[in-house]
Ligand binder design. Structure first.
Ligand SMILES: C[S@@+](CC[C@H](N)C(=O)[O-])C[C@H]1O[C@@H](n2cnc3c(N)ncnc32)[C@H](O)[C@@H]1O
Length: 264
């Protein structure tokens, strides 16, 4: 069985990927705090973060639920070991790093008030199983928020053949590894099927006139480029697009789906 399309230890550029996750968390931190608050996170909540990576977003969750506890779940031992160092203020009831896959959470039934999965479900071969598992650990009235990509929301105008090639190759490669670059649109349905109620979806899109070019480029193409090997000169592409964006001749936009659901 495939374990999915994100194995930190086997990526060929781990230092760049860790930096990319840091940059990606920092650039949208204020916006993400607003998303999490409107999704229902509260100060005293027991929070579960699925696929926490090195913990840059865990730090934000701890800031938003300082009186509660934070369970961070991550299969990569290397990444999980970094979380303690990246969560600056531990929640009053504790930070609990758990090495596990989302399909089998070593967490009791009905024990979690708020769960968050950010850019994780796109990498998992059977996301339905993981969403059901999250549903199991939520208490009635608890809320689950998932943020994930959908390549249907990516716009480069004028089109660049190299970008189209990167997107096509990444879609195929990630699917071969059990992932799905079009998961965003499917999550509403999956959450409803798992038993969540009051499921709401929204799309948040950002353009190259709202985010620094390097941040948007790395969000949209950074992980995909690591799937490609050397078929595209990514640095050359970066320089070309950077100049065009600066000159006002290129627009880049990318969106994410934000889906929240409540356990009945
Ligand atoms: C793109 S990274 C996102 C990390 C973090 N959520 C963030 O936004 O910075 C995807 C993360 O999901 C983790 N992951 C992959 N498969 C998983 C699974 N089956 N269950 C839980 N986490 C998983 C990876 O190890 C990786 O840390």
């Amino acid at each position: 069985m495939s374990t999915g399309s994100y194995h930190f230890e086997t990526l060929n550029d781990t230092a760049f990927q860790a930096e990319r996750l840091r940059q990606q968390a920092q650039a949208v931190r204020g916006m993400e705090a607003g998303i999490l608050r409107s999704a229902g996170i509260q100060s005293g909540h027991n929070v579960l973060e699925l696929g926490c990576g090195p913990g840059f977003v865990s730090d934000l969750l701890a800031e938003l639920a300082p009186e509660g506890s934070l369970y961070v779940v991550e299969p990569s031992r290397t990444l999980l070991a970094q979380v303690e160092g990246n969560v600056r203020n531990k929640p009053a009831c504790g930070l609990y790093p758990i090495q596990a896959y989302g399909s089998q959470l070593p967490v009791p039934d009905s024990s979690i008030d708020f769960s968050y999965a950010r850019f994780v479900l796109q990498h998992i071969p059977q996301p339905e199983t993981v969403i059901s598992e999250i549903h199991r650990v939520m208490r009635p009235g608890g809320r689950f928020c998932a943020v994930d990509s959908d390549d249907g929301l990516v716009v480069f105008y004028p089109e660049d053949q190299r970008v189209s090639q990167i997107l096509r190759t990444a879609q195929i490669t990630q699917a071969e590894q059990g992932g799905d670059r079009f998961i965003g649109r499917k999550l509403h349905h999956m959450m409803t099927d798992a038993g969540f109620v009051n499921v709401k979806s929204r799309i948040l899109a950002l353009t190259s006139s709202e985010l620094p070019f390097n941040v948007l480029f790395n969000i949209l193409l950074g992980y995909k480029a690591s799937l490609l090997g050397n078929t595209v000169d990514i640095m050359q592409l970066f320089d070309d697009l950077s100049q065009k964006v600066a000159g006002g001749h290129q627009l880049i936009a990318g969106g994410v789906f934000i889906i929240t659901g409540e356990k009945a």
